[in-house]
Design a protein around this ligand. Structure first.
Ligand code: HEC
Length: 109
C-alpha cells in the first residue's frame, strides 16, 4: 500500500524512528488530545502549568530529548506518581504527544 508507506516515511523523517511505527490518524489524535487534557491534566494541570506533576509547557520541554520524554510517558517514573501509559498509548502516539506539548497546547485550552 503506497499511501501507508508515504505516511510512514513522512513520520520517520519528521521525528525519528519512534514515530514511524504509528503516527496516529485524525480520530485518534482527537482522542489523545482529549486524554492529554483530562487524564494528564489531572496531575500536570489542565493548561500544563503543573500541579502534582511538573509543568509540561514548551519552555520546560524544549531542551529535553524527545526520546526521554516518550520513555517517561510509556513507562512512567517508578517511585513517583507518574504512571506508565504503555498499555494505552503506543510509542508513535507518545512521540506525537511530545511534539504537541513542545509546540504548546496549554494557552488556548
Ligand atoms: C497521577 C499523576 C500523573 C498523571 C495522571 C500523569 N502524570 Fe506525568 N508526571 C507526574 C509526576 C509526579 C511527574 C514527575 C516525576 C518525577 O518526579 O520525576 C511526571 C512527569 C512527567 C513527564 C516528565 C517531565 C519532566 O520534566 O521530566 C512527562 C513528559 C509526563 N509526566 C507526561 C505525562 C503525560 C503525557 C500524561 C498523560 C498521558 C501524564 N504525564 C499523566 C504525574 C502524573
Amino acid at each position: 500500500m503506497p499511501k501507508c508507506l508515504i505516511a510512514l516515511l513522512f513520520a520517520a523523517s519528521a521525528s525519528g524512528a519512534l514515530a514511524a511505527e504509528s503516527a496516529p490518524g485524525p480520530d485518534r489524535q482527537a482522542e489523545l488530545l482529549h486524554r492529554l487534557k483530562h487524564d494528564c491534566g489531572s496531575c500536570h494541570g489542565m493548561t500544563f502549568k503543573g500541579g502534582l506533576g511538573p509543568a509540561l509547557l514548551p519552555a520546560q520541554l524544549a531542551e529535553r530529548p524527545d526520546d526521554e520524554l516518550v520513555e517517561v510517558i510509556l513507562d512512567g517514573r517508578p517511585g513517583t506518581p507518574m504512571p506508565p501509559w504503555r498499555f494505552e498509548i503506543r510509542p508513535g502516539e507518545a512521540a506525537w504527544l511530545v511534539r504537541q506539548l513542545k509546540k504548546g497546547l496549554g494557552d488556548d485550552r
